[in-house]
Design a protein around this ligand. Structure first.
Ligand SMILES: O=C(O)CCC(=O)C(=O)O
Ligand SMILES: [Fe+2]
Length: 237
């Protein structure tokens, strides 16, 4: 992959992905990171000076496995991904707020959103790298971290299903008011990504838009090692 991150993000079919986010609350992106970029990010898992904290998932009953939150300054590739994807999503986020009658407008640039986070004491970076071995899993959850939050996040798959690991499907559950929940199971390839709602998804009903809430997690890894990069846009308290 010769092109810059900005060029790769720009060349995505944003009208397709925008539609898919509106319709389903998530969208699966094609390969964005090269195998080499994935390997480098995964190999940096043990480089402790890059991270501000390490979470043992079992200890907090979040599932089983381990993840680490990056420190500022973020590695350049993560910063570029986060900055370049954000503006496409802030436009959709603003449509969602209008549809749901929520008086909230997200700025067009990530820097301004982070500024809003800082003003209310949310200073800590949220991009993270997750590492699962056989038997590990991630309980259904949301990544909100404070009063200011951005309604989308992105997860990049740094290892290859059926080669590096088996099991470990990416799971989303859409909770529909007064209806049974919708399960969504994805197993993207290495270098691919999924954009999904952090909290809720506006769905058009007979009386206008209503919200469903979505949670995400990971099914048990049956064998091997699965490493993913999560990009959350808001800073944490
Ligand atoms: O490992 C995964 O695919 C789940 C990652 C996750 O929970 C996140 O990116 O917020
Ligand atoms: Fe998460």
């Amino acid at each position: 992959m010769e092109s810059t991150i900005v060029q790769r993000i720009k060349s995505l079919d944003w009208s397709f992905h925008t539609n898919s986010l509106h319709e389903k609350g998530y969208t699966a992106l094609p390969k964005i990171l090269s195998a080499n970029e994935c390997d480098n990010l995964a190999a940096q898992y043990t480089q402790s000076d890059l991270y501000r904290s390490t979470v043992n998932m079992k200890r907090y009953q979040f599932g089983s496995g381990e993840y680490k939150y990056f420190k500022y300054p973020l590695p350049a590739i993560i910063d570029e991904l986060r900055q370049s994807i954000y503006p496409y999503l802030s436009a959709i986020a603003n449509d969602w707020m209008l549809r749901l009658g929520i008086h909230k407008a997200f700025p067009n640039h990530l820097g301004e959103l982070l500024e809003q986070c800082h003003q209310i004491g949310q200073h800590r970076p949220t991009p993270l790298i997750l590492n699962y071995n056989a038997g590990d899993w991630n309980a259904l959850h949301q990544d909100l971290y404070g009063e200011v939050y951005f309604p989308f996040q992105v997860v990049f798959f740094l290892t290859q299903a059926q080669v590096d690991y088996t099991g470990g499907e990416f799971i989303m559950v859409e909770n529909r008011p007064r209806m049974q929940s919708k399960p969504i199971v994805l197993q993207p390839n290495k270098g691919e990504a999924v954009i999904f709602t952090t909290n809720f998804h506006p769905v058009l009903g007979t009386k206008g838009y209503y919200r469903t809430t979505m949670r995400h997690g990971v099914s048990e890894v049956r064998s091997g090692n699965r490493i993913n990069l999560g990009i959350i846009f808001h800073d944490a308290q």
